[in-house]
Design a protein around this ligand. Sequence first.
Ligand SMILES: [Zn+2]
Length: 466
Amino acid sequence: MFSTLSFLARANVVNRLTRSDPAKVARLRETRFRKLLRAATRSPLYRDKFRGLDLARCPLDALPTLNKHEAMARFDDWATDRAVTLRAAEAFVGDFANVGRLFLGKYVLMHTSGSSGQAVILVQPRAAVDLLFTLQMTRGNATGDTGVREAYRKFRNPARLAIVTLKEGFYPTGATFEFYPRQLRHFVHLRRLSQTDPDLIAKLNDYSPTVVTAYATALQELADEFEAGRLKLPGLKHVVNNSELLTEPARERLLKVFGVPVFNNYATAECMHLTTGCPTDPGMHVNADWSILEVVDADNRPVPPGVTGSKVLLTNLANTVQPVIRYEVPDRVTLATAGCRCGSRLPRVERVEGRGQENFWAHRGGEWVRVDAFIIKAALNYCTDSFDWQAEQDEPGVIRLAVAVLPGRELDVPRLRFRLDEQLALYGLRGLVRIEPRGVSRIAPDPRTGKVRRSICRTGPAETPR
Ligand SMILES: [Zn+2]
């Protein structure tokens, strides 16, 4: 009982902070940042990288960045606990019986899918996972209320949360929900369902969730079922997109079909509590008391709000076991220039354009030329009937583009061709590669990861990872 009360008290403090003076959030962040740097001195990897720096005073942007190849190459030197080795971690994730168990008796282990190149194994303290749930249940709550009365109401009439993911495993969402805090179970009942279960709709109807959390593609399928009247969610309060890119037209459709707030969370496995979706406006709020999101250009220089960066640098203030400090993630993020209607004063991400490293290839005079998938995204920004896409390339000259259109609409192919041509010309690629669009009703997710692979490239220079 005491742990439940202290959990609630903490949750209330966490929630109220969203409306606090940004200077107060900055002070908390600074304290946690210095604590993280002190912890990082126990990591041989960071000791090498930070040599000669005054860690008690140096500004964030004076620190070197870290990328996943370097981190994985020196995995045994990365953690602050010498018992964390690649060999032990790989053996642990290699055995499915370990799902739901703590690595070395104390850490939550997960791995990224590797769909964007190299897989990364991540080790975090249990407290970091508790923090993730606390943030989700407070800042990611449609009522926005976490006071005593709301807690009592939830205790009498607990929320019913349906998590629609893949089957069990060490992928981030799956691994995390294995460690759903005991203290929360009085207030929020949880049921995990598989998105590939043929009885999914019947099970959802039976459970009648108040909150549905799923990948973006699965949410679109649920919206179809809901529109067709087969899925009934009479008590639904909000829906949450986790870990997959939710485009703005797709978010608007969910909003219209379900008629409840849509929380669009943006995070990576390296910092799962990075943001919480905004209940009123596009994008999401950075949990700036527990993480630092730097939106930068290709040379790590910060770009101002309203300008799309080339990548982001993440600092996770909650993980002192395997420090993530100025960690490079190739996402193109745009910070919002204006505040929003939900009342949160935390910084807001306006848009995430996915992994910037996705690309295709063309030939020019015997040389390989990179064709950034951003070109396709930019052209599709003009195509308001679309909500998802997938591009495939098997030979240098041709990219096949499947565009998922909203129900009842049709893809305007000539118009999209014109926009694609315009983008190719902008990057000096017209005539080198032909993009052939076609309209489809749905893009099927990769059965291995449960997520849509937007760019599939089977050609290019030999050294390119596929
Ligand atoms: Zn907001």
